[in-house]
Design a protein around this ligand. Structure first.
Ligand SMILES: Nc1ncnc2c1ncn2[C@@H]1O[C@H](COP(=O)(O)OP(=O)(O)O)[C@@H](O)[C@H]1O
Ligand SMILES: [Mg+2]
Length: 221
């Protein structure tokens, strides 16, 4: 699914060069549940941005399903993100003035289904994360765990090839964290490829495969 070869990403910070990724080579086959662990500043988010076509490497190649996404222009990258990838973030990134159902429908807008189909797919996605009866609630009326479920539904409604999650349980208490991990596990058993970034060992332990990143260097655990 993913093949990264010697991926480097450098940033300039106050005249200094930061090696956020110092040559990462990695293959992720379809169907894996991968956790990338590491402390703050280690390069986790930068790596996820490479996988998620959110940015291009300074050097090296990123291949998604046979397509070299590290070479694509902004328009094409946006297209890959909209059509092939689902994103889940630590802070859910829901629109507070839209209901759960509307938030999930928004995620489908770039794919261009007709309003009726959009409605139906959003309702199905909400049901698949156990929130069939919460579609008309605003994010502020939902618990943190429920808001994260809405954001997962928003990603799933697109029927993505892979789910990319950046600290998806970072804002949740332990019980809710385990709950969301259970949801990821069941999605993975149904065949979804999931790559998540976390600093939490309890989360990483439940993954099929564990990687560690520190100083922009990746190691298999
Ligand atoms: N947009 C950016 N501009 C400058 N430096 C950045 C930028 N993004 C990340 N960095 C730096 O790259 C390194 C890795 O950051 P990041 O990937 O966010 O780590 P993590 O997610 O593991 O905390 C850090 O030193 C960080 O300060
Ligand atoms: Mg980060």
């Amino acid at each position: 699914m993913f093949a990264l070869t010697d991926v480097k990403k450098t940033y300039q910070q106050k005249g200094r060069t930061v090696h956020a990724l110092a040559g990462v080579t990695l293959e992720i086959p379809r169907g894996q549940l991968v956790a990338i662990q590491g402390s703050t500043g280690g390069g986790k988010t930068t790596l996820l941005q490479m996988l998620g076509a959110l940015d291009r490497p300074t050097s090296g190649t990123v291949i998604l399903d046979g397509q070299e996404i590290s070479k694509l222009g902004d328009r094409k990258l946006a297209d890959v993100r909209a059509k092939q990838l689902g994103f889940v973030f630590q802070h859910y990134n829901l629109i507070p003035t839209l209901t759960a159902q509307e938030n999930v429908e928004m995620g489908l807008a770039p794919l261009g289904p007709k309003p009726e189909e959009r409605k139906q797919r959003a309702a199905e996605a909400l049901a698949s994360v156990g929130l069939a009866d919460r579609g008309d609630h605003l994010p502020g009326e939902l618990s943190g765990g429920q808001q994260q479920r809405v954001s997962i539904a928003r990603a799933l409604a697109k029927r993505p090839q892979v789910l990319l999650a950046d600290e998806p349980t970072g804002n949740l208490d332990e019980a809710t964290r385990d709950d969301i991990m259970g949801l990821f596990e069941s999605l993975w058993r149904e065949g979804l490829t999931i790559v998540m970034v976390t600093h939490d060992s309890a989360v990483a332990r439940r993954a099929e495969r564990r990687l560690h990143i520190s100083g922009g260097k990746l190691t298999e655990k």
